[in-house]
Design a binder for this molecule. Structure first.
Ligand SMILES: [Zn+2]
Length: 316
């Protein structure tokens, strides 16, 4: 598949390269030939996986695959994946493919399109934390509270972090701290793609803002962000959050083509929406919305709240 890089993205990439020389720790991995794809395969344990990306990791062919029953993704060497001859109807009957089709179907809404709460009755809620580009340091007390909860409950705290590439590039220490908490089993992080640049103009109407800014290269926004995660040894999930929660039909169908499920919210705390069982709670961890953090802290201390990983929101 060819991606057209317009002049804006070329200049942006050059600029980021210059910035990164000064501020950014060297990534662990080199990712090349990064491509969206979709086919079924059996892994080395003979279990069904759906391949959604192919790439070279330090020059070795790899796949990003999803378990179609649990929605969990993995990076595996391509050589360990035996192509499966599966009828399209069988593939479409898997929980993951059913969810992908369902959550990318009409009616298409400009605002908050996507899955906003659990698909089934669950005894718990889901914490989604947006990390849009920002200059400020992140919400240190909030993240430390999440880590302390893992000590209290003796298990990693499940959170879904909607991460943008520019936040990563501007906050290498904080990003590495998050990775460390996950490696030390303090935080169980699902990495939601929140695009690479997350463009936003204060003075533009929503219908021409965020990813709807004319000439935005949505493919680049999606894939460059995933590549950045892979370069740091992380695994992108099959979940995507639209910047500003703003989208249109073309973008939603692009997500379907790229095998990504849009994650909306029904409990944006800073907007006074209340969390209910099954809610996808939305707060900002980038210090851009302290009201949301003020409201989530008491919920985190409330023993009646059970915090669930995002993949538990789906019918299996
Ligand atoms: Zn955002």
């Amino acid at each position: 598949m060819n991606f057209t890089f317009n002049k804006f993205y070329l200049s942006l990439t050059l600029l980021l390269l210059l910035v990164s020389i000064n501020t950014y720790a060297q990534p662990l991995n080199k990712i090349t030939h990064y491509q969206p794809t979709r086919f079924a395969c059996y892994n080395s344990a003979n279990l069904l996986r759906i391949v959604i990306r192919s790439y070279d990791l330090n020059s070795k062919p790899y796949y990003l695959v999803v378990n179609p029953n649990t929605f969990i993704t993995e990076n595996i060497p391509a050589i360990t994946c035996k192509t499966a001859t599966l009828a399209t109807s069988e593939l479409l009957a898997t929980p993951y493919m059913r969810a992908l089709i369902h959550y990318t179907s009409p009616p298409y809404l400009l605002d908050n399109y996507g899955m906003s709460h659990a698909a089934q009755a669950v005894n718990g809620v889901f914490l989604t934390i947006d990390m849009c580009p920002a200059r400020k340091p992140f919400e240190t007390d909030f993240f430390n509270t999440l880590v302390k909860l893992s000590d209290k409950y003796q298990q990693p705290m499940p959170i879904a972090v909607a991460i943008s590439g520019l936040w990563i590039i501007n906050h290498p220490d904080e990003f590495n701290w998050l990775i460390k908490q996950s490696q030390e089993n303090k935080l169980q992080i699902t990495w939601i793609n929140h695009t690479f640049t997350h463009v936003y103009y204060r003075d533009r109407p929503l219908a021409e803002n965020f990813l709807l800014v004319p000439h935005t290269n949505a493919s680049y926004e999606i894939l460059a962000n995933e590549k950045l995660l892979l370069e740091h040894g992380l695994t992108p999930s099959v979940f995507f959050r639209f910047p500003g929660l703003i989208s249109n039909e073309t973008l939603v169908l692009k997500l379907r083509q790229y095998s990504l499920i849009p994650i909306a919210t029904n409990a944006w705390l800073a907007k006074d929406q209340q969390a209910k069982p099954g809610s996808f709670i939305l707060v900002h961890g980038n210090s851009n919305e302290p009201e949301g953090i003020k409201k989530v802290l008491p919920l985190l201390q409330n023993l009646h709240y059970h915090w669930l990983p995002l993949n538990a929101a789906f019918e299996k």
